[in-house]
Design a protein around this ligand. Structure first.
Ligand code: 1CP
Length: 354
């Protein structure tokens, strides 16, 4: 992202925000903070507005999406909002028979394991997700100078849900396909790359000021397999939105051994989980990228003193970085005390104010 391509329109309102400055590796007034899964079950106001409405249905109602996206911004004073949706929304929108089951996650009716199953995946157009465009339009008006992060699931993580048929610990069917039929695997990932690219473009064109590509489960792979079987599709997605000039964040869980390769796939900001300290992560990722992370979300269940001590460790490890966006090492856990999150935002802002 080049500093001299200052955009016009929606983006110009958020251009000077601490979050976008940190993503561009420019000096910041304070270290910006947001949390993966900041909207959701940790908030009583979320549970209240979601009552009686299924998860996927909520994602298709612009009024609900707007309210839920704004809730953590109001409550915690975070430096960015993340669009309330789910990684399987674009798949549902093109007609894949799936649901999000409470307490489970995405469940797919007819898993993709043979060539003929690929017919379930057609291209996504903006007309498939009018509620996304509408909700982002409402949100950018409400958010003013606070940036909105759009997101999508990366091809590997989406493939895992589609091939397994639901959440998986070992990804055995996914790996069976990847190793056993490399051609079908490549075609599947390529199709998912197209869908993901289209979904990110819809969000950017509607007004998102940054995007995050979630490859949550790719840490299940060894580097050689990532490079051969996944990286081309992720790189294609990231390249497809490069010309917009909005920061592209790339994140996965348990990806310590993959950080260098995931960086090479083309992001501007690398998300780091809590297993690798940020000073080590920057050595693995190399220069020219900001880092995002990486307080262990479980730390928030400890005492305020312990949270502050662990936060100090993260900030110390980030001291030499060109750009740092403070976040957790993975999503907010559902039973987290929301006040602990509010205190954490305040603590990071106070400690890093320049
Ligand atoms: O009824 C409910 O409240 C269902 C819980 C829930 C919520 C709140 C799901 C089901 N998805 C979401 C929203 C969601 N999903 C967001 C919203 C905004 C925010 O961050 O505040 C985001 C970014 C996602 C993305 C997502 N969905 C990811 C990537 C992020 C990550 O945590 O790694 C993944 C892997 C999913 C799949 C998914 N959707 C829902 C669940 C419970 C899961 C995980 C299931 C599993 O363990 O495999």
């Amino acid at each position: 992202v080049s500093a001299n391509t200052r955009p016009t329109g929606q983006l110009s309102q958020t251009y000077d925000s601490a979050f976008l400055k940190a993503c561009r590796r420019e000096p910041v007034p304070h270290t910006p903070v947001w949390f993966m899964r900041q909207a959701g079950r940790s908030l009583p106001e979320y549970r209240k507005v979601r009552e009686g409405t299924a998860m996927l249905e909520s994602c298709m109602r612009p009024d609900l999406v707007t309210e839920i996206t704004l809730q953590p911004v109001r409550r915690h004073g975070v430096d960015a909002a993340i669009f309330f949706s789910d990684i399987v929304v674009p798949l549902k929108a093109i007609g894949v028979d799936l649901d999000i089951k409470p307490g489970v996650g995405p469940v797919v009716a007819r898993p993709i394991r043979r060539r003929e199953d690929l017919a379930q995946l057609r291209d996504l157009t903006p007309e498939d997700v009018p509620y996304v465009t509408e909700a982002i339009g409402m949100l950018t008006g409400e958010l003013g100078g606070t940036p909105l992060i759009g997101f999508a699931g990366a091809p590997f993580t989406l493939a895992s849900y589609l091939v397994e048929g639901g959440p998986s610990k070992n990804h055995e069917h996914t790996k069976a396909l990847m190793y056993g039929d490399p051609e079908l695997w490549a075609d599947l990932l390529d199709r998912l790359a197209e869908i993901t690219s289209a979904f990110l473009k819809v969000q950017i064109e509607a007004g998102a000021s940054a995007v995050q590509l979630f490859d949550s489960w790719v840490g299940a792979l060894a580097p050689a397999d990532y490079r051969r079987s996944v990286m081309p599709a992720s790189a294609k997605v990231l390249a497809s939105v490069a010309s917009y000039g909005v920061p592209r964040i790339h994140f996965g869980v348990g990806t310590g051994e993959l950080l260098g390769l995931m960086g090479e796939a083309g992001a501007d900001v690398m998300g780091v989980d809590y297993r690798v300290s940020l000073d080590e992560a920057v050595r693995r990722v190399g220069p020219g990228k900001a880092l995002q992370g990486n307080l262990d979300p479980a730390v928030l269940f400890s005492t305020t003193e312990a949270v502050e001590a662990k936060t100090d460790e993260v900030l110390a490890a980030a001291a030499g970085l060109e750009g740092h966006v403070f976040n957790l090492g993975h999503g907010v856990l559902p039973t987290t005390d929301p006040d602990a999150l509010t205190r954490l935002v305040e603590y990071v802002h106070t400690k890093t104010r320049r």
